[in-house]
Design a protein around this ligand. Structure first.
Ligand code: LLP
Length: 412
């Protein structure tokens, strides 16, 4: 559920008429709803009936600092995958004891930063990585907390590019033998502490049976690991819950958590989840103006550099006009100005919008702005956060100076 809706035929975000944002900030502009973000966090937190838990918001899905601050205030932790994301989370006031660091390619400096801040866990993905973390912890005379990320061999649906939990995928550790060998290694080390077991099976998952199977696999493996040494602090089932992009009937966080709690009912460990899209996805839209009408195309001022998902994954986003459309409206292809044939934002969109009107590309909060680029030397868009009747710019539109600021002109 989100707080984007028509009132008197005008599209609102909470109590703000989106046309006001267009007039003040221009387009393309990302707009996020604070109430929607907070509601989604509450739904996750309130869904747990019996287990101790921690919701670690996946920073990669939406990483604006003002948004991380409000998620931090709701008591969430964070799932980060780079030094930049770790710094963002800390900048937003996160408690390092609630930060999970995932990713297959953590660099020396990223590991050092995590060790210095004593984060909750490095979710490790290879034997080489565990040795590197141990070496750095030893040189700092510290003990690093680690969890082993394994592949539960679950094929969870979704686009090929966002599946992650199968044997042979680049993420996680596929062989059980390897997981147990790493656990033994950690137990013997003076600079490593095994705190958890983790997995993440993919993204935009609509079939909850995948999670049931994953929970069972993580439970079975945790017994084998505990037989070798200490208790664990947590079992981390990652993120991945799907959301409705086109009025799909999608499972809710409550459905997900009740399946997980049922499967893990006798387990003492905390349950950690790392949701991204299911918190941020439908909390954001991208406003874009129709520049030209040509044949059956509406050429708009947002492009694949602003929202890459349709070009990269053939992802479908619904598009609404700021003025409510009648049912007889014609079907259009919404295309961006970038010089690539794949710069198509959506197809078969029924709208009466004409040149100069503004459209809202829906469900763009997750993997929207964060995946934007300067391709075609386009300035990245502004970001706005709505809070009730008010709205604030939380990132200004880039300028030409921003675009070239790291370039060195050899003629100067
Ligand atoms: N945890 C880990 C270790 C992850 O790799 C991811 C996402 C998440 C949590 C959060 O997953 P979510 O709840 O958001 O599905 N750019 C793609 C999605 C890539 C997801 C990468 N990993 C898209 O636009 O669909």
């Amino acid at each position: 559920m989100d707080y984007f809706a028509y009132k008197n035929k005008k599209l609102y975000c909470e109590d703000v008429n989106l046309q006001e944002i267009v007039e003040e900030c221009g387009t393309p502009t990302y707009v996020y709803s604070k109430k929607t973000l907070e509601r989604h966090v509450d739904v996750y937190k309130n869904a747990f009936k019996s287990h101790k838990n921690l919701i670690c918001f996946s920073v990669k899905s939406l990483s604006n600092i003002s948004i991380l601050e409000l998620i931090n205030k709701k008591g969430c932790g964070f799932d980060v995958v780079s030094g930049g994301e770790l710094k963002r989370a800390l900048h937003a006031g996160a408690d390092p004891k609630k930060i999970i660091f995932s990713g297959v390619g953590k660099s020396h400096d990223e590991i050092l930063m995590g060790i210095k801040y004593e984060i909750l866990s490095f979710n490790i993905e290879s034997e080489s990585e565990i040795k590197r973390i141990e070496e750095i912890a030893s040189s700092e005379n510290k003990v690093a907390n680690v969890a082993i990320r394994f592949n539960p061999e679950v094929d969870s649906g979704g686009h090929e590019y966002i599946k992650t939990g199968r044997k042979g995928d680049k993420f996680g550790i596929s062989s059980e033998e390897s997981v147990l060998k790493i656990a033994k290694y950690i137990y013997k080390s003076n600079h490593l502490k095994l705190v958890g077991l983790a997995c993440h099976i993919g993204s935009q998952i609509l079939d909850l049976q995948s999670y049931k199977l994953t929970a069972k696999n993580i439970k079975d493996l945790s017994f084998k690991i505990k037989d070798l040494g200490n208790e664990l602090d947590f079992l981390d089932l990652g993120g991945g819950l799907g959301i409705p992009y086109e009025q799909d009937d999608t499972p809710s966080p409550q459905d997900l958590i009740s399946i997980i709690e049922e499967e893990l009912k006798d387990m003492e460990e905390r349950i950690i989840l790392e949701p991204g899209r299911s918190i941020s996805g439908n909390a954001g839209i991208l406003l874009t103006k129709v520049e030209y009408i040509k044949d059956n195309f509406l050429i708009v001022d947002a492009a694949m550099n602003d929202l890459l998902r349709p070009a990269l994954y053939k992802a479908k986003h619904d598009v609404w006009s700021l003025k409510e459309d009648d049912s007889n409206s014609k079907a259009w292809i919404i295309a961006g100005p970038v010089c690539e044939s794949s710069d198509i934002i959506a197809k078969d969109i029924h709208t009466n919008a004409g040149e100069g009107d503004t459209l809202a590309i829906k469900t763009a909060g997750a993997y929207g702005f964060v995946m934007s680029s300067n391709y075609n030397s386009r300035m990245r868009s502004a970001e706005v956060l709505v809070d009730g009747k008010e709205f604030n710019i939380v990132r200004t539109r880039e300028t030409f100076e921003d675009l070239i600021k790291n370039e060195i002109d050899l003629n100067d």
